[in-house]
Ligand binder design. Structure first.
Ligand SMILES: [Zn+2]
Length: 75
């Protein structure tokens, strides 16, 4: 059901992409979508994934498919 994407040459699921952005394990992740912006570092495509690093938090993470750039929006 979940759609895999390639990030920096590696296949990721929504959950493993969220863990790549967060730097540690996450509880749940929503489906991966394309962010409507390009990477500020290399101009590559940016993927977006909403996830829960813990039961009480929900954040939106973004990660470039081609380089190490990533950002997290915590509300
Ligand atoms: Zn990039």
């Amino acid at each position: 059901m979940s759609e895999n994407r390639v990030v920096q040459g590696r296949m990721v699921t929504a959950k493993s992409l969220a863990e790549l952005i967060e730097g540690e394990s996450v509880m749940e992740a929503e489906a991966i979508t394309e962010a409507d912006r390009d990477c500020p570092d290399c101009g590559g495509s940016v993927l977006e994934v909403g996830y829960m690093p813990s039961v009480t938090a929900f954040v939106t993470g973004r990660k470039c498919q081609d380089c190490d750039w990533r950002e997290v929006e915590r509300d």
